[in-house]
Ligand binder design. Structure first.
Ligand SMILES: [Zn+2]
Length: 258
């Protein structure tokens, strides 16, 4: 399994890094986690065929996670994709995404490939090739919801991370979280690698939480510019908090084979 971090920036514009997007590839399946990075350019530059990705996981509606979605669909259309595209998205936003594609002049009859929409709810389980996907909800948007949901009842304030089981190993994508305790439901059983954001809480809190779980590797993404090149300092904090897994601060376009 190969995991490529297409963008590691958080919601702030970074001069050097792109927004969220992680491409997971196996010989038979590919899954894109969020779509805020310029995925189409990456796929073309790497000469990856237009049947990739097989599926997209949309955690929530912040633009650093979904801003490139319609551009990716347009690119796959123009590159003559034929295989169906599976889109996993919070249940409440699927009609909006479908309408958005129509407003982007990307009609289902035009595309040449089918989009299969899969609504995510907390605890949703999906099978995608050799992957088993299990959603868990995070409280990333809970605070904003408490202020705005009343006036904007149509807006979806859900956010979903995902636990991926592949060849009996588990991998967890945090999506955006309010606090590392949001990860507990996904960390109850051993995790080979946690792909985790590091922007919405003090760094130390993450290592404190992970010390209580069996997480072999931590791949940090979605972090602010001031943490660039701070991998050694983060490792030191991890040791202080007794987290014993391997800590890696990801860079854009870096791949891990596992
Ligand atoms: Zn967000």
């Amino acid at each position: 399994m190969r995991v490529t971090f297409l963008g590691t920036a958080d919601g702030n514009t970074s001069a050097t890094r792109e927004h969220s997007g992680i491409l997971i590839q196996t010989p038979v399946t590919s899954l894109l986690l969020d779509c805020g990075a310029t995925v189409p350019r990456f796929l073309l530059a790497k000469k990856i065929n237009p049947e990739v990705p097989e599926a997209i996981w949309i955690s929530h509606m912040h633009s650093d996670h979904i801003g490139q979605f319609s551009m990716l669909i347009q690119s796959l259309w123009l590159r003559a994709r034929r295989a169906p595209l599976h889109v996993y998205a919070p249940a409440a936003v699927i009609p909006t995404l479908q309408e958005w594609l129509i407003q982007c002049i990307l009609f289902p009859e035009l595309l040449g490939f089918r989009i299969e929409w899969h609504p995510i709810k907390s605890g949703s389980k999906f099978t995608l090739g050799a992957f088993e996907l299990r959603a868990f909800s995070t409280k990333h948007l809970a605070n904003l919801a408490s202020f705005f949901q009343r006036d904007y009842p149509q807006t979806c304030f859900d956010c979903y991370g995902v636990a991926i089981t592949y060849l009996k190993q588990r991998y967890v994508y945090s999506a955006d979280i309010e606090h590392p305790r949001d990860l507990r439901p996904a960390l109850k059983t051993p995790v080979r690698a946690l792909l985790c954001e590091l922007t919405h809480f003090p760094e130390r809190e993450l290592f404190k939480e992970l010390a209580a779980h069996d997480v072999k590797g931590l791949w940090i993404t979605h972090y602010p510019d001031h943490l660039e090149n701070k991998e050694l300092q983060l490792k030191k904090i991890a040791r202080e908090e007794k987290y014993r897994g391997k800590v890696t601060l990801m860079r854009d376009k870096r791949s891990e084979s596992i």
